[in-house]
Design a protein around this ligand. Structure first.
Ligand code: PLP
Length: 396
């Protein structure tokens, strides 16, 4: 393969990406090449990565327990920090047990490949996260893709496809590139009616949704009722890692069969302690969640009112606001105009999203300030006017 030519082809299609050195990527303001930008690309939704209780827990653990992951969890890597974190997750999620992986991506690979094999059929929402797609491929199960959030289509697929080795329904909770949410009440019903196991990856709902921040399931009154509840510790929890929460039997099975758990070192203890502290803050400081929800709602509504194509969502408090502009070029141009104004937001292009739906993906955090949200709204309005004028001028 001619790698240089492949890269040139990516450049020609507006799909080339490169690493940049950003200082403060998890903070409300980041710095790049000596300039400060308002950060609308962080997943540190509640600002917990910098929370004093979280930092204190990590630092104390660093001195007490050291940094090394010590090995895979089944050998020497499962210490008191891991056991405490898993107990805290299970308590928060309302499940019997939980198991922690070194990353959310690894969690999805481990769960899906452990639960599905060549005889299984995986029913996957069309917009599932890449880690679930990769997991499905690796499992060698038959994959049936149902139209995004379309429960009638899922029902139809379930009726049409026989699955001697069992069925799994697999979906994101909050969809990472769109900010809309899975219809969990209907999915729970459909899964029960068809004897399918429901797997929900609530990476972006954890901490953010529900009365205690347990996520989308709690928002819908289903806390503890998702058979295979997955999430990451790398977003609102402000740390790193991923987990599965469910029955003690499920967790026992995954510990024995999830290869990405068995053959990889566990979290380092300070990260596990930090995550456990963050879970406490999530429950103790609901005002962070409320502030975040209010920002998300305000930004979403204001941009839609200005005429931008904002992906609609049933839960306006979701902190992901996706502004679809169509082509890769348009997304890059909007990103650049915002950057010139001092706002950092990510242009998301294929293959991360379907062809023709390139977008700006904005994320707000509880640590932003109201006037910063107002400023973003004003900049979007200014750019919209410019685009209109350019269009009118072009047509004249
Ligand atoms: C829905 C979803 N699942 C899984 C992941 C992977 O999580 P992690 O970054 O912890 O590997 C992400 C984030 O990148 C995600 O958005």
């Amino acid at each position: 393969m001619d790698l240089g030519r492949e890269l040139d082809a990516l450049r020609a299609r507006g799909r080339y990406r490169s690493l940049r050195v950003l200082a403060g990527g998890a903070r409300p303001w980041l710095e790049h090449q000596g300039r400060r930008y308002l950060n609308l690309s962080s997943s540190n939704y509640l600002g917990l990565a910098d929370h004093p209780r979280v930092i204190a827990a990590a630092v104390a653990s660093l001195y007490d327990e050291g940094l090394n992951a010590a090995g895979s969890c089944l050998i020497t890597g499962h210490g008191p920090a891991h056991a405490a974190l898993e107990a805290a997750i299970a308590q928060h999620q309302g499940t019997e047990a939980s198991v922690v992986f070194a990353a959310g991506y690894q969690t999805n690979l481990g769960v899906v490949t452990a639960l599905a094999g060549p005889d299984t059929v995986l029913f996957c929402d069309a917009l599932n996260h890449a880690s679930l797609i990769d997991a499905a491929r690796l499992s060698r199960a038959r994959v049936v893709v149902w139209r995004h959030r379309d429960v009638d289509h899922l029902r139809q697929c379930l009726n049409e496809v026989s699955a001697p080795g069992g069925r799994l329904i697999v979906t994101d909770g909050v969809f990472s590139m769109d900010g809309d949410v899975a219809p969990l009440p209907e999915l729970t019903e459909v899964a029960e009616a068809h004897g399918a196991l429901l797997v929900v990856d609530d990476a972006h709902g954890l901490g953010v949704l529900g009365k205690t921040g347990a996520g989308l399931a709690e928002y819908f009154g289903l806390r503890g009722r998702i058979p295979v509840a997955v999430a990451t510790l790398s977003k609102a929890v402000g740390a790193q890692g991923g987990f599965v929460a469910g029955s003690a039997t499920l967790v026992d099975y995954l510990v024995n069969r999830a290869r990405s758990f068995i053959f990889s070192s566990g979290l380092v203890a300070p990260v596990a302690r930090a995550a456990a502290a963050a879970l406490e803050v999530i429950q103790d400081e609901p005002e962070r969640r409320q502030r975040l929800g209010a920002y998300a709602r305000r930004l979403r509504r204001a941009l839609a009112d200005q005429g931008w194509q904002v992906v609609p969502t049933a839960v306006e408090e979701v902190p992901i606001v996706a502004v679809v502009v169509g082509s890769e070029g348009a997304a890059l141009s909007l990103m650049e105009q915002l950057r010139q104004a001092g706002i950092w937001a990510a242009a998301i292009r294929p293959p991360s999203v379907p062809e023709g739906t390139s977008r700006l993906r904005l994320t707000v955090t509880a640590d932003h300030r109201p006037e910063e949200i107002d400023w973003v709204i004003a900049e979007f309005w200014r750019i919209r006017q410019q685009w209109r004028e350019a269009q009118d001028g072009g047509g004249a």
